[in-house]
Design a binder for this molecule. Structure first.
Ligand code: SF4
Length: 86
């Protein structure tokens, strides 16, 4: 069993990947639409953990925007527990 088997159960299978990489004038709406897909996803926790572990910098993963992922990554670094994000 691969550590990436969870991807086979992703709610975003079949969804245009561009929907998860917002840019331009409607970026906020795009991010919110992507998050709605993630909110129905049975493997959102695995997806978020993977994105944090691999340093994914762009896109919506695990129901989090790239800014939220950055904050989560900072908080998960050793020695930063409980500290506010800069
Ligand atoms: S949490 Fe979102 S981006 Fe991650 S696998 Fe599920 S639907 Fe796809």
């Amino acid at each position: 069993m691969s550590s990436l088997d969870w991807m086979a159960r992703a709610a975003c299978i079949g969804v245009d990947p561009r929907a998860f990489y917002a840019n331009g004038l409607h970026a906020r709406e795009q991010v919110n639409a992507a998050k709605k897909v993630c909110n129905t996803c049975p493997v959102a926790a695995q997806c978020a953990a993977w994105a944090i572990q691999t340093g994914e910098k762009w896109g919506v993963w695990g129901g989090m925007s790239q800014q939220q992922l950055r904050q989560r990554r900072r908080r998960s670094r050793p020695g930063t527990r409980g500290k506010a994000a800069a």
